[in-house]
Design a binder for this molecule. Structure first.
Ligand code: GLN
Ligand code: ZN
Length: 760
């Protein structure tokens, strides 16, 4: 018999029940008991779904905030500043700096989980770090699942992945040195699971798909030899990519089973089969845990049949990775276009796919022939659907040539023309696009969506909002203005809704961090722009002022990276289609009088492949797409781009290759240190390093901003330096925004006077 399981299930709940419970608890409206009850209810529900379809239910994937944080607490890796009497309070203090009825503290850092949009809480390791077991929640959850009669497989982050993901708080500390301390406690954790009747523990070691220093590879051998003596069987899980040069190592480790991601890296199956020792189980990730398309069951079965022959009982089937990264249940999407719905599978549907695959393998395809035929037909209908292809788009793609990705003149010439047109002062000031999204604005958008507000009323309300934003910016004395983005709920959704080729769900939420979820659009077909998307709002904003207003767009790479993307053509091809649609918008903005157009690429860096070897190819097509979107304009039109991160060392060449006239970046938190990369590279165009951190409600003083600008001036010549915040201001409130921007403008003026005095 083939064994089926999953690596993890979404925890947020089909109706985001966990979000509601968490937020009610944080606001103090519900006590911890109510939160615990919600957790139990969700676990029970998710286990029941797994029980109905699979051989094991997975326990340990549930979390009130993040599974890495759960392990930190279980191992007592708790920063002193966050320690509180109660475990749950400690937990939320680490996660978000505060918990009901307790002293706040600086929260732990949060960062992206591999190449996903999920964020984990970074463990903090001190010199002399000790570990000890501290009432792990997973023990209680295993008992809970067993009491419900479920066959349990437990899951934990592996010890090496855990250390890798953490951060050494003491400069000289090498995380790998902590392994000796960690392993005995990790072993106790495994024993505790064994004592509760667990036979299999899935140990997640996704770092095996990364480029690893040799010392870390060696540590894998040592670590798993030491854990071998424990009473549970270990299933070493790898995902998000292929093992490549670590395949040997992974096959050799003394564990009872290995899980491979065959969606991202199908080619690793053959070499793995050749190397797998005869006592090991092989779990194959054949259902995509990162995307929403139905599995091509026929093709999978064809690949699996010989494997099943060869492995017999040792074959396990699973999704490629945890289902955390897909929405919960497609059956809730009653408003979704029926044709598109048929192409999709969310977490619940993916369980059903696994059950089908198992039956087909164990009992022969005939017993599930109807279901297989249905899947086959749905798949074929998608492939054949006229909605996937647009002749107009295809024709245009053929016409794209190198010229499309090149500005008419090099930067130096553009610069002269832009200066003449814009007549900006030295150190021009601007913002990144959005202004506070007040409850009122959100209500306006919501009422418009539900039809409660007529189109005309809606437009009037947004116009009023734009006018307020323009007046405020004029009063502040900013040099390049923005319209404020009041009409946008989200920088991807707004454009997706105005482009052909995108579909939207009602409940397709995916956890981003804690209680925060995103609802990525589904990019299923050729992308085309039926009509201008932003031009009217721009035109209105510009009509209100003599100052230049920026046209504001989300770039092709960001639209791609924050959507569920079609899998029937390379991502690069889809990205180019997005670029063409945006290119038209850029042109229309220019024609409407925009002298400055900003194309945000907030997600360019996060699309980087996990292995460095694959970076070049990605960066090439990503940069090309940006340029196709940006390069249709005349020399005197200034193109800006914005990126909200601060690591540029590795990709500075690609940033320069984008050839934007101005790039604005996040830099306040790193105190401008990142500018050294731009200095050393001799970055040729203009830069606006963020001078204050918009994630904090604190208002920076004129002196603080001035000090940062002076640091920036050490790296960037004054003629090429812009002054702006780190990112958009939509999460902030007006009073703090006005105060901070006033200080920003004052700091810029002070320095400007000084520099000009010096020049005179
Ligand atoms: N223009 C967007 C804004 O200001 C950029 C957001 C982002 O970079 N994430 O909100
Ligand atoms: Zn940003």
């Amino acid at each position: 018999m083939t064994t089926t399981h999953i690596l993890g299930f979404p925890r947020i709940g089909a109706q985001r029940e966990l979000k509601q419970a968490l937020e009610a608890y944080w606001r103090g409206e519900q006590d911890a008991g109510a939160l615990e009850a919600c957790g139990r209810m969700l676990r029970a529900r998710h286990w029941a779904l797994q029980r109905a379809a699979l051989d094991y239910v997975t326990v340990g994937d549930f979390s009130f905030y993040d599974h890495v944080l759960d392990l930190s607490l279980a191992l007592d890796v708790v920063p002193a500043r966050c320690r509180r009497e109660d475990d749950l309070v400690t937990y939320f203090t680490m996660a978000r700096g505060r918990a009901p009825g307790a002293e706040p503290a600086a929260a732990c850092e949060m960062t992206k989980w591999f190449d996903t949009n999920y964020h984990y809480i970074v463990p903090e390791f001190e010199a002399g770090q000790r570990f000890r077991l501290r009432a792990p929640r997973i023990f209680q959850e295993v008992e809970e699942a067993r009491a419900l009669g479920h066959p349990v497989k437990a899951v934990l982050p592996g010890p090496l992945t855990y250390l890798w993901l953490g951060k050494a708080m003491t400069p000289a500390l090498d995380r790998l040195q902590l392994l000796d301390e960690l392993l005995p406690v990790y072993g106790e954790l495994l024993d505790g699971l064994a004592a509760r009747g667990v036979e299999w523990v899935q140990v997640d070691e996704p770092i095996l798909v990364l480029d690893l220093p040799p010392a870390w590879c060696q540590a894998f051998e040592a670590a798993y030899h030491r854990l071998q003596s424990r009473r549970v069987k270990l299933l070493l899980a790898t995902y998000f990519g292929g093992l490549e040069d670590h395949l040997e190592l992974a096959c050799r480790l003394p564990v009872a089973g290995l899980h491979l991601d065959l969606v991202r890296a199908p080619e690793q199956l053959a070499p793995a089969l050749d190397r797998l020792p005869p006592y090991k189980v092989l779990s194959l990730g054949v259902v995509d845990g990162r995307n929403v398309w139905r599995t091509p069951l026929d093709a999978v079965l064809e690949r699996l049949a010989p494997v099943r022959e060869r492995l017999g009982e040792r074959l396990w089937l699973a999704p490629s990775c945890s289902l955390l990264h897909v929405p919960v249940d497609l059956t809730l999407e009653t408003e979704l276009d029926g044709e598109i719905r048929e192409w999709l599978a969310f977490a619940v549907q993916k369980l059903e796919e696994l059950a089908l695959l198992k039956r087909a393998l164990d009992e022969g395809p005939a017993v599930v022939s109807e279901a297989l035929a249905a899947a086959r037909d749905a798949w074929a209908r998608r492939r054949r659907s006229p909605r996937l292809y647009r002749l107009s788009v295809r024709g245009r793609l053929e016409a794209v040539s190198e010229d499309w990705a090149r500005r008419a003149s090099p930067y130096a010439q553009r610069r002269a023309k832009q200066r003449a047109r814009l007549d900006l002062p030295l150190l021009p000031t601007t913002t990144i696009g959005s202004f506070p999204q007040t409850a009122e604005i959100r209500a306006v958008r919501r009422r418009h969506r539900s039809g409660e507000l007529s189109e005309a009323e809606y437009r009037a309300r947004i116009r009023a909002e734009i006018e307020t934003a323009i007046r405020r910016q004029e009063a502040l004395g900013l040099d390049v203005l923005v319209h404020g983005e009041a009409e946008r709920s989200d920088m991807v959704e707004y454009f997706g809704e105005r482009l052909e080729g995108f579909a939207f769900t009602r409940h397709g939420w995916v956890q981003s961090y804690g209680s925060r979820c995103v609802k990525p659009p589904i990019l299923y077909g050729d992308v085309e722009r039926p009509a201008p998307m932003t031009v009217d709002w721009f035109r209105y904003a510009q009509s209100l002022t003599e100052k230049p207003v920026k046209g504001m767009l989300t770039g092709p790479v960001t639209l791609l990276n924050w959507s569920f993307v079609r899998d029937d053509q390379p991502r690069a091809a889809t990205c180019l289609q997005l670029a063409l649609a945006l290119r038209d918008e850029v042109r229309d903005l220019e024609a409407a009088g925009a002298a400055v157009i900003q194309i945000d690429e907030a997600a360019l860096r996060e699309g980087l492949p996990l292995r460095r070897r694959h970076w070049q190819a990605y960066l090439e097509w990503a940069v090309q797409a940006f340029r196709v979107a940006a390069c249709a304009v005349r020399d005197e039109t200034q193109i800006h781009t914005h990126m909200c991160y601060s690591e540029f060392n590795d990709i500075i060449e690609a940033i320069a290759a984008m050839d934007a006239d101005v790039v604005t970046i996040e830099s306040a938190r790193s105190r401008m240190n990142l500018l050294e990369a731009f200095r050393d590279f001799e970055y040729p165009n203009e830069i606006g390093p963020g001078v204050y951190d918009i994630h904090s409600p604190n208002v920076p003083s004129v002196d603080e901003i001035e000090a940062l600008l002076r640091r920036a001036l050490a790296c960037i010549p004054a003629e090429r330096l812009w002054v702006n915040p780190d990112c958009g201001l939509k999460t902030r409130a007006w009073p703090e925004v006005e105060a901070a921007l006033a200080n920003m403008v004052a700091a810029a003026r002070r320095l400007r006077a000084e520099l000009q005095g010096r020049a005179a």
